[in-house]
Unconditional design. Structure first.
Length: 184
């Protein structure tokens, strides 16, 4: 089965440096096949026969820590779950026809749930943020000039923030394209 591993908190501010070529080698040495990496934020696509998500996630975290010498939280999502989430994304999310819109996906790290994350953010129905959720993914959009009024940056540094990893809609759609290209 195909998976995406989303590494949290690497290559930020010069800390926890992980070259994507080294991450690819790490995953290949761990026995994963058809390994690809995409941009420095820590996105690895791979195949594995392992079906248990907890086991697979813990194994990824273990091999990364062993290879690089520091712990990294990883969110692993299967291709079917990833595709299903995107099929259920709202029409307004990632809409490239609208200028000045920021769209990102918050991938929630188990066992935390999307409901817990949204409750922690104290989402206001009349706020500038738009949210939708599916599975372990929260779709988030807002006008760029409203960022300072958003509830999302307010969770930075809180315990719940450590339970998510964020990717832009551009990155998410590129990961989808890479997953589909490897199916050929």
């Amino acid at each position: 089965m195909k998976y995406i591993a989303l590494l949290r908190g690497i290559n930020v501010g010069g800390n926890n440096k992980v070259a994507m070529s080294d991450l690819r080698t790490c995953f290949e040495e761990a026995g994963f096949t058809n390994v690809l990496t995409y941009i420095n934020s820590g996105n690895a696509l791979f195949e594995s026969d392992e079906k248990d998500m907890v086991t697979l996630t813990r194994f990824c975290e273990s091999v990364i820590e062993k290879k690089f010498g520091f712990p990294v939280v990883v969110m692993v999502i299967s291709q079917p779950d990833f595709e299903q989430a995107l099929e259920n994304a709202p029409k307004w999310w990632g809409d490239k026809t609208q200028e000045g819109i920021r769209s990102e996906a918050l991938f929630v790290i188990s066992p935390t749930t999307t409901k817990e994350v949204l409750q922690s953010m104290k989402v206001k129905p009349d706020g500038p943020d738009k949210f939708a959720e599916h599975g372990q993914v929260i779709f988030w959009s807002l006008r760029r000039e409203a960022y300072t009024k958003s509830v999302v940056p307010k969770i930075i540094g809180t315990p719940i923030y450590k339970q998510i990893t964020i990717r832009s809609s551009t990155t998410v759609y590129k990961l989808q394209a890479l997953l589909r290209a490897t199916a050929q």
